[in-house]
Design a protein around this ligand. Structure first.
Ligand code: ADP
Length: 270
């Protein structure tokens, strides 16, 4: 039985009793290998912006630059510093989510508020380069943790913006499906993702196209964070994508996470 991690057999042998201990260490070894990979990945991800930053610093130190050239280098350095900051922030978010043994809160999260916040962020991030549609198909809300849900929804919207070329369109939608489950989805008209990548997309630092992800300022941790938050809310993350056409990322929440607006909101206020 591969699920059996510890198998103990005791059997008599003449006068003495022997204890045979067989431990299946496959899971432990896997966990250890994953930890080592993770540390190697983090080191690599940190080293890149540091190396680039040092390169720019050397240039500024060794070459006589006029004011506009200097400003140009400072902007480039700021970009690298921001990359490191995002990486550290995402790592902390992930570590906090993993360390958090307390189940996600079950307070009523108002989708009106959440959608308004996401819309603001999306417009600030895209600066007019994409078309947006924010659709709220139901007045029902969600039981959950507002900060976590905002982080998950924003991650999906920010991915859609970052991977969809300028001029593309993005739709964020909140509604109920036929089974009464809550669904938050983000559809984009971006490059899409080939099916062989889909199963690995939520792994930390997994990227379909490394250089493109770097260009867009991604840390490689966004979908790992989304997946964690989904798990904490018993939600599924569904990804549908057609290369060349676009993608839809959906978070599907179980029925008992859907808050019946009038009654539940009333009891939450009380
Ligand atoms: P990153 O910081 O690299 O964006 P994520 O974990 O958010 O990391 O996403 C993992 C990978 O999934 C990305 O590098 C990208 O290749 C792919 N991806 C995510 N969202 C989209 C999208 N909307 N369209 C196309 N590819 C996407």
């Amino acid at each position: 039985d591969s699920n059996l991690s510890l198998l103990i057999q005791a059997f008599p042998y003449g006068e003495k009793r022997h204890l045979l201990l067989i431990q299946d260490v496959t899971d432990l070894q896997k966990a250890d290998a994953m930890r080592r990979d993770f540390v190697a990945n983090v080191s690599h991800e940190m080293r890149t912006p540091i190396t680039v930053l040092m390169g720019f610093l050397e240039t500024v130190q060794s070459i006589e630059l006029d004011k506009s050239q200097q400003d140009h280098y400072f902007d480039l350095m700021m970009l690298q510093a921001q990359r490191m900051k995002s990486l550290v922030e995402d790592l902390l978010t992930l570590a906090n989510l993993e360390a958090n043994a307390i189940p996600a809160s079950t307070q009523v999260v108002q989708l009106n508020t959440l959608m308004a916040l996401i819309k603001n962020d999306a417009e600030a991030l895209s600066q007019g380069s994409h078309g947006f549609s924010f659709e709220q198909k139901t007045t029902q809300n969600l039981f959950g943790d507002e900060r976590e849900l905002l982080s998950a929804f924003s991650n999906l919207v920010s991915n859609a913006i970052r991977y969809t070329p300028n001029g593309g369109s993005i739709t964020a939608r909140w509604g109920l499906n036929e089974q009464g489950q809550g669904e938050f989805s983000v559809t984009d008209t971006g490059p899409g993702i080939a099916s062989e990548h889909l199963p690995r997309l939520t792994e930390r630092f997994y990227r379909v196209d490394r250089s493109r992800s770097r260009d867009t300022g991604g840390t490689g941790l966004g979908l790992a964070i989304v997946k964690h938050i989904a798990n904490r809310h018993q939600a599924q993350l569904l990804i549908e994508s057609t290369p060349g056409k676009g993608s839809t990322f959906t978070l599907r929440f179980p029925k008992d996470r859907v808050a019946n607006t009038e009654t539940d909101l009333f009891s939450a206020i009380q």
